[in-house]
Design a protein around this ligand. Structure first.
Ligand code: HEC
Length: 130
């Protein structure tokens, strides 16, 4: 095998490895890709496996969904009775300071206050649909 061929094969293997390690949809735009990076702060509790609740509820189809509405997930009363719908605006408030927005929520405090990071993350959340 020539050196250049080896490099190409190694690169392909690396790419395949990365694809396997990461789940969730492939980002289609640079914004979604940046949002997937920001989502690393959420991934410990929110699975990118579309059907799975983890420590936090699945975020598939979250945009437009009523807060606290996934069956079989044990939400706080605060979120269940919040009467919030996850519009882009409400998601922005939530990620900027969830416990200010919904006092009594069980989700640990997050504070993504940079508007660009908020845009990226919301673009990524919008891509989580089936
Ligand atoms: C330490 C674990 C943890 C982390 C980190 C975390 N979450 Fe959560 N998340 C939860 C839990 C638990 C709930 C349910 C909260 C409740 O019932 O009050 C939740 C709820 C949510 C909801 C409401 C979903 C619904 O069905 O109403 C959204 C949206 C959300 N999280 C987004 C995020 C985003 C975006 C991030 C990253 C910036 C993040 N979360 C980070 C644990 C976490």
């Amino acid at each position: 095998m020539t050196v250049s061929r080896f490099v190409i094969v190694a690169a392909l293997l690396l790419a395949a490895g990365t694809a396997n390690a990461e789940s969730g949809p492939e980002p289609k735009t640079a914004e979604e890709a940046a949002g997937k990076q920001v989502f690393h702060q959420c991934a410990a509790c929110h699975s990118l496996d579309s059907s799975k609740n983890a420590f936090g509820p699945s975020l598939y189809n979250v945009v437009g969904r009523k807060a606290g509405s996934i069956p079989r997930f044990d939400y706080s009363n605060a979120l269940k009775t919040s009467n919030i719908t996850w519009t882009e605006d409400n998601l922005r408030h939530w990620i900027a300071g969830n416990d200010n927005f919904v006092p009594g929520t069980r989700m640990r405090h997050v504070a993504i206050t940079d508007p660009a990071e908020q845009d990226y993350l919301i673009a990524f959340l919008k891509s989580l649909k089936q």
